[in-house]
Each structure stands twice: as structure tokens, then as C-alpha cells.
Design a protein around this ligand. Structure first.
Ligand code: PLP
Length: 444
């Protein structure tokens, strides 16, 4: 392996880098909220990578549990055997989730779990003798993953643009917008409820939504009335509600599910990121008992075969992560730190570039605008979110950028979602470093 002084990047080595137009420092160690590179530089990880490392980096307990699963069992297939890690993880996960989200099905990435949830909704309606129900209504903006059906359901236009011919045309309606349109039909739930009727409810299998916005909308927290309206429309029209909690679930917003802030129990909750401790790809569907009962009484199986579902080692990563979340009270900690976190971030409003700071628990978005009066976004060509992210990185701070949420093209956000173990001094340091990056961006 080459040892360049200016980092690693194309065309050196044989790695197909995630970006071919920049160089990457080599990460060699991480602990808690900090990542160290080969040159000894330390980075404060205010985004948990991609909102993943909820229990903090470098957790030996997860490594031990995974190693034990591999050493004592290795791979067994879920069509032939059960295994202790999958059983225990399912039981312990179901125990912390609300309502009768009683059965857990394990997969690897968030994208495939979203696709599995959509297939499950379809299969349930077929087995309930309602074969006309197949459409899934999702929202704009939104993000549900990068495989083709998950991308079809996502409202993130710059990821979709060149893949148009490969995507399925699902109905998508405007998502709630607490900053630009807090009282309009998109934010009251009226638009989504009306779309179910407009599509003909007998063709609609499910609604798919992030209860609290992820990076796509930038941590938008809808009003409780939004979910009352949407849940009522789903009930009335026999439409399943799938909550994509891949980013906002598992304690990130201060509850096990973000849906709990609204007393909402979805038919299926999709979990990912925070479930795996960043160790191994692990995602899950948590499914209401009635849906599984339909399959049990009907065909006898969910028609969805993937090699790594229920795999011992990846479930072991989840089991150890869940144990840490519970033992260290990290979900409650995220709720308790919310005030401190947002008090620190609110100081960033002193920058003329900052239009909004919003979120819940330890999930936040800082939105940049060209004009604070009109809330007009910057032109895309200004690449404000990318530039702020790079300036923060230069200052040893990791944030997660997103663009295009305003109209599919414009809109600049940086997301913050530090490990739930973050300390108060680290929260202040995040705000200080981001403030310095904003000041540098203002200077141009
Ligand atoms: N759903 C949401 C809300 C996400 O934020 C993501 C990833 O960022 C996904 C689904 C897709 O998960 P993955 O990248 O693990 O496939």
C-alpha cells in the first residue's frame, strides 16, 4: 500500500474510492466521539460517520460478541436453523419497541430493509385477498436508500437523475416543512391523506415515511396533528404505515422510535444505522403481530430470501449494541442532552448564513440560506453545504452534508448526530468548531 503524505485517492492503489476528485486521510483508530488518522490528527465525529456510531467508536464489547458468534458458530442459514443471537436480539428489541411491533426480521443494510418492508406490505395485501393494493406513497424530500426500489421511493433528486429509466414511478407528495411552510397542507397531513384518496385506496398498499426527517429534509419534526391525520387516513383506507426509522430510530431523537414522540405505532418500523454499533451491516424490520399472523395463516413464509438475513455474527453486533444502549441509558441520555445540544447550536444563528437550526434529541440540522428574511436558498453552484463540510473537516470536525431539499436542486444542510455518549464539553466543542467553519465560509 502506498504511503502518501497528502492522503489516499484516485488513481493510487486499487481502491475504487467513494469520491475520485479528492484525497482521504487514513483512519487508524477511533474511540468515543474521536477518530485519529495516520498522521496523528484527531477529528471530533459530530455525525457518527453517517449517523451510525450511536454507541461511540471502538466498542470492544461489540467486537467480543461478534468474535464469539463467529468462533463458536459462524454462518448458518435462516431457512435451516435459528441461532441464539438472532433469537435474543429479536426478543430484546421487541421488548423496547412500542405496541405490538412483536416480530423482528434481520437484514444487512437500510436500503434492503426498506425494500423488504415494501414487499412485505404487498404480500400481506395479496394474502388478505386485496391484490389490487401495490402502490406505496412516499414523500419529497425523503431518503430511503440507494437500491433501485428504495431510490424510487426516495425524494432525493440528485441521486435519481441519471437512473430515471431504471426507477419505478411511485406517488410522492411534499413532506412536512417546519421552516418554510409549517401550516400548509404538506405539514398538516392533508396532502398525504388526500393523495391516498386520489390514487384510489384500493390500489394503495402502504405509506412510507421518516417520522422525524433524516438528512433529506434536515431533521424536520412534524406537528403531532400531522401524524393524527395521516394515521387516521391509513386506518380508514386499509393502508399500512411503514416508518423508516433507519436514521431517526434507536434512541437518536431521545425515544426508541421517533414515532413514539407522536404516540404513533407503525405497522412496520425499519431500523438500521444505530442498531449495529457501526460494526457490521445490520438492519431490521419490526413488524406488528397481525401482519405476521396473516402470512402464518396463509402461505407460511415471507417471500424474501437473502443470504445474510438472521446471520449470527451480525445479530451479535446488534445484541451487544442494544445491551450498551440499555445499560448506559443512552436513549434517555439523548433526550436529557437535547436542551444542552440545541442551546450550543443556537449560538450558530449569529452567522448570517444560518437560516434554521432544528431537530430532536441528538439529531440536528443547520440550514444555510442566502436570505434569512425570505428563506431563499443559495444557488446550487455555490456548493455551500459541501464547502462548510470541508471547512469543518479542516478544523477536525465531521458533519454530514445534504443538498437539494428545498426544490430537488437547491437547499444546503449540514446534519449533526454525534454518538449518544457525547459529553457536554464535546457538545460545546462541536458548536465552537462549526462556528469557526461558518465564519470561514462567510469570509469566502
Ligand atoms: N433510510 C434512511 C432514513 C436513511 O437515512 C438511509 C441511509 O442513510 C437508508 C434508509 C438507507 O440505508 P443504507 O445506506 O444502510 O442502505
Amino acid at each position: 500500500m502506498p504511503a502518501p503524505t497528502d492522503g489516499f485517492g484516485y488513481p493510487d492503489g486499487a481502491l475504487f474510492y467513494r469520491r475520485l476528485d479528492r484525497r482521504f486521510p487514513m483512519a487508524v483508530a477511533a474511540s468515543g466521539c474521536w477518530i485519529t488518522d495516520a498522521a496523528g490528527r484527531r477529528y471530533l465525529d459530530a455525525a457518527g460517520g453517517a449517523l451510525v456510531a450511536s454507541v461511540g467508536h471502538g466498542r470492544e464489547e461489540i467486537a467480543r460478541e461478534v468474535a464469539q458468534a463467529i468462533a463458536s458458530l459462524g454462518y448458518v442459514n435462516g431457512t435451516q436453523f435459528s441461532n441464539p443471537w438472532a433469537e435474543q436480539l429479536a426478543e430484546q428489541l421487541a421488548a423496547v419497541l412500542p405496541g405490538d411491533l412483536r416480530y423482528c426480521y434481520f437484514l444487512a443494510s437500510g436500503s434492503e430493509a426498506v425494500e423488504a418492508a415494501v414487499k412485505l406490505a404487498r404480500q400481506v395485501w395479496v394474502e388478505r385477498a386485496r391484490p389490487g393494493k401495490w402502490k406505496v406513497i412516499s414523500r419529497l424530500p425523503s431518503y430511503h436508500g440507494n437500491t433501485l426500489t428504495a431510490l424510487s421511493l426516495s425524494g432525493r433528486e440528485h441521486y435519481r437523475r441519471i437512473y430515471g429509466p431504471l426507477l419505478t414511478d411511485f406517488p410522492r407528495v411534499a413532506a412536512p416543512d417546519s421552516y418554510r411552510d409549517p401550516d400548509g397542507p404538506r405539514s398538516t397531513g392533508e396532502l398525504l391523506a388526500a393523495e391516498i384518496e386520489r390514487q384510489d385506496p384500493e390500489t394503495v398498499a402502504a405509506v412510507l415515511l421518516e417520522p422525524i426527517g433524516g438528512s433529506s429534509s434536515g431533521a424536520v419534526v412534524p406537528a403531532r396533528a400531522y401524524f393524527e391525520r395521516v394515521a387516521e387516513a391509513c386506518r380508514r383506507h386499509d393502508v399500512l404505515l411503514i416508518a423508516d426509522e433507519v436514521l431517526c430510530g434507536l434512541g437518536r431523537t431521545g425515544r426508541w422510535l421517533a414515532a413514539q414522540h407522536f404516540d404513533l405505532v407503525p405497522d412496520v418500523a425499519v431500523l438500521g444505522k444505530g442498531l449495529n454499533g457501526g460494526a457490521l451491516p445490520l438492519s431490521a424490520l419490526a413488524v406488528r403481530a397481525g401482519l405476521v399472523e396473516t402470512l402464518a395463516r396463509g402461505s407460511g413464509a415471507f417471500v424474501h430470501a437473502q443470504t445474510y438475513s438472521h446471520t449470527p455474527a451480525i445479530c451479535a453486533a446488534g445484541l451487544a449494541t442494544l445491551r450498551i444502549l440499555k445499560r448506559e441509558g443512552l436513549v434517555e441520555r439523548a433526550a436529557a442532552l437535547e436542551g444542552r445540544f440545541f442551546a450550543a447550536l443556537d449560538r450558530l444563528r449569529a452567522s448570517r448564513l444560518v437560516g434554521d437550526v432544528r431537530g430532536k434529541g441528538l439529531l440536528a440540522a443547520v440550514e444555510l440560506v442566502a436570505d434569512r428574511q425570505t428563506r431563499a436558498p443559495f444557488p446550487r453552484s455555490a456548493r455551500m453545504a459541501e464547502r462548510l463540510t470541508a471547512l469543518a473537516f479542516e478544523r477536525g470536525l465531521i458533519v454530514w452534508p445534504n443538498v437539494g431539499h428545498v426544490d430537488g436542486n437547491e437547499g444546503d444542510i449540514v446534519m449533526l448526530g454525534p454518538p449518544l455518549t457525547v459529553g457536554e464539553a464535546e457538545i460545546d466543542e462541536i458548536a465552537t468548531r462549526l462556528g469557526a467553519a461558518l465564519a470561514a465560509l462567510e469570509r469566502g
